[in-house]
Design a protein around this ligand. Structure first.
Ligand code: AGP
Length: 712
């Protein structure tokens, strides 16, 4: 059984002809790992070279990177030893197989002398079979992880092929042919000193490049092999060392396709790393699962694609593929990251979540920047423009997402339906897949994701691609899998979101989806007045968010005095505010660990009313729209059962004075009905934040959760 919530971090550092002491190298690695901390992890480890030739040292510890740093500092490792060239690999682990413990932490090794060491994100689904086979070959496993089988498999294949003099790429290809599942991994070996392999399938990996001299070209050529077919000698073991596991990727009807001519491959040289004078270039490489770990060193990065095998040696980066596939790009470009380090730092705030809540006046503006012309009342989404006609003609729009991203779809479904007059369904990605819901070529499927890497959403995307639907991404992370694999889309431009609890991404997704609905309807005269009022609403929304943020102190006090000791909290809303209730409840659950439920106010009398008494705290989203009278009737029902609701309402709401009971209010400015959720959600974000702070919980890294959920 797999534990499902997971997102570990990978970091690697290579210096070539750049003198670094061991202390400097380890610091670079630990700092890189600390940049990945926000993803959530339970243990950490590094692999570096020792003092003797062919010696690799492992340091692994449970807890934060700070604990690993202490472990390293307490060791008697010589920090002053200078390395002209060196490869170090590092990992922050979120347990999937096996408890958090130093032994289960990465890097994992092939044997007690650390011949091959591996750090890995993802899950090897056939690790049990590989493990059983290798145990049959007298390998002794020391951990409960799936990753260990990769290191041991590498050694096994290496030993069997000693006579062939395989290079590191060739060896890796043979290993990968046996792996099923998902991986982003780095591998280092005493047999290939100062070399590293980085490869991925379904788990992100990028390589930062830092040089004094300018790179000759801003891309790296992909190197494809020629293939030779060999006969499999035995069903369990082939002449070149492959295990030929059941469903082995390499096995084909009793014969095996193996790449040949590794020496030929090695002769080719990537054009980016050739210096004019023929003198080897001083260069550093930073390998990571996330750009935040790299950006302080270099902005030049190359994103690996699935099945790429990056091989770094002699100051060069080579990218290989196991197979030549038609239509595959033959280069990987070296891009310039636009993210600034200070963008991913906390600034003056105590927590990333707090910073991100308070960034919303700006992040919302950034989502609209260059896209909404408030004077001409137009919306231009460059990433969608050539697909708008197709979308307008589609039979329906299916929005697919998870968690908070799903709520942003719920929040905007009604305005989509109203403006586009296209049937809209909103789907939780996992449920959509579980049902194998019918999807057709004339459907438009919109995938909403902050990280762009959420496994359920990714799988749903693959499912829709296979069925020929048009796919649209609404994504925050540029270069993420969803943004690359959809036909078209909108980057929400909210900036990096580090707190596990999504806040500014929600409001920016919301705005991006409203902009999409506006774009879709800009050919309809009948919708013009409504469109104009929404665009006017958008023009004021950032200032109004600022006004709502001014409620901070009041909400902090309310959390401290009225709510902190409660076990449960209900949030009631209907129409546009149903999504706000769901999102508020999710925020409260995930960081304050208080049970909280978002309830459609219309459903109150169908069951939930039984819970209501004078003790249960209830927040009612009672801002003014066409459903306001119905919401007030829900409030009356609550009051009639001695309930004591907190009303989130518009400033100076008169209708409330008719209620024959004292009540507490949180007053927010009024905007257009379909935008009101942008304002109403903010007090709930603040409420969850203060509840978590007052309870002393880890706001940015709530227990059991990770920022990106990259496993199904
Ligand atoms: C939000 O606070 C959550 N941490 C979570 O629900 C999140 O929104 C969900 O996992 C989807 O993530 P994504 O937007 O990166 O796809």
């Amino acid at each position: 059984m797999y534990i499902n919530i997971y997102f570990s971090g990978i970091f690697g550092y290579v210096n070539y002809l750049v003198e670094r002491t061991r202390g400097e190298i380890v610091n670079t690695m630990l700092d890189g790992m600390q940049r990945l901390e926000y993803r959530g992890y339970d243990s950490a480890g590094i692999a570096i070279d020792g003092d003797k030739p062919n010696e690799v040292l492992l340091f692994k510890e449970v807890g934060k990177v700070a604990a690993l740093r202490k472990l390293y500092e307490n060791s008697d490792t010589d920090n002053k030893k200078v390395f002209n060239t060196h490869v170090g690999i590092a990992h922050t682990r979120w347990a999937t197989h096996g408890q958090p413990s130093p032994i289960n932490a990465h890097p994992h090794r092939s044997d007690p002398t650390n011949e091959f060491v591996v750090v890995h994100n993802g899950i090897i689904t056939n690790y049990r079979e590989i493990r059983a086979l290798l145990e049959g070959k007298h390998f002794v496993f020391e951990t409960e992880t799936d990753t260990e089988c990769i290191a041991k498999l590498a050694k096994y294949v290496y030993d069997l092929n000693k006579h062939r003099d395989l290079d590191f790429t060739e060896l890796t290809k043979l290993v990968l042919m046996e792996l099923q599942g998902a991986y982003g991994l780095l591998m280092k070996s005493v047999h290939y000193p100062n070399e590293v392999i980085a490869t991925r399938k379904g788990s992100p990996l990028l390589i930062g490049v830092k040089t004094e001299k300018k790179l000759k070209v801003d891309f790296v050529d992909v190197e494809f092999p020629e293939f030779a077919e060999i006969t499999v000698d035995s069903p369990m073991e082939t002449s070149n060392g492959l295990l030929a596991l059941p469903q082995s990727n390499g096995l084909s009807n009793g014969s095996l396709l193996v790449p040949m001519g590794d020496n030929d491959l090695r002769r080719s040289q990537s054009r980016a790393f050739v210096s004019d004078d023929g003198i080897p270039m001083q260069i550093e490489f930073f390998l990571a699962s996330d750009p935040s770990a790299v950006v302080e060193h270099t902005k030049k990065v190359l994103y690996l694609m699935d099945d790429d095998i990056a091989h770094i040696y002699d100051g060069e980066l080579h990218i290989h593929r196991i197979r030549r596939e038609d239509g595959q790009p033959t280069i990987r470009s070296i891009q310039t990251l636009e993210m600034e380090l200070n963008e991913i730092m906390k600034g003056n705030f105590d927590h990333f979540m707090q910073k991100e809540i308070f960034e919303q006046p700006d992040s919302i503006i950034n989502t609209m920047r260059g896209r909404v012309d408030f004077e001409k009342k137009t919306v231009t989404l460059g990433g969608l423009s050539s697909y708008l006609q197709t979308i307008r003609r589609c039979r329906r729009i299916i929005m697919v997402a998870c968690g908070t991203s799903y709520h942003s779809c719920m929040a905007t479904r009604a305005i989509f339906e109203e403006l586009s007059e296209i049937p809209i369904t909103v789907e939780l990605a996992s449920d959509f897949l579980d049902r194998r819901s019918p999807v057709f070529r004339d459907d438009t499927c919109v995938f909403v994701s902050q990280s762009g890497e959420t496994a359920d959403t990714m799988l749903a995307l693959q499912y829709c691609i296979e069925r020929g639907a048009l796919t649209v991404g609404i994504v925050n992370s540029v270069g993420s899998s969803i943004s690359r694999q959809t036909n078209c889309g909108v980057h929400i431009n909210a900036g990096p979101e580090i707190g596990v609890a999504s806040t500014k991404a929600y409001t920016s997704q919301y705005v991006a989806l409203v902009m999409m609905a506006l774009s879709l309807s800009d050919d309809r005269i009948s919708k013009q007045a409504r469109r104009h009022s929404i665009i006017d609403g958008l023009s004021k929304i950032s200032k109004q968010v600022e006004e709502v943020l001014a409620l901070n102190d009041r909400i902090r006090a309310m959390a401290e005095t009225d709510l902190i000791n409660q076990k449960s909290l209900l949030l009631l809303g209907r129409g546009y505010q149903h999504a706000t209730a769901l999102e508020g409840a999710l925020k409260i659950k995930e960081i304050s660990y208080m049970h909280s439920e978002g309830v459609l106010a219309g459903e109150l009398k169908h069951g939930v009313l039984a819970l209501v008494d004078e003790n249960l705290p209830i927040i009612v989203l009672a801002t003014h729209d066409s459903l306001f009278p119905k919401v007030m009737s829900a409030v009356e029902q609550v009051i009639a059962r001695s309930g004591n609701p907190i009303l989130l309402c518009n400033k100076g709401e008169n209708a409330l004075s008719k209620l024959h009971k004292t009540y507490r209010t949180l007053e927010v400015p009024a905007t257009v009905d379909c935008l009101q959720g942008l304002l109403n959600v903010i007090p709930l974000q603040l409420m969850s934040y203060w509840l978590a702070v007052k309870k002393g919980f880890d706001v940015d890294f709530p227990r059991n959760l990770a920022k990106a959920v990259t496993v199904e």
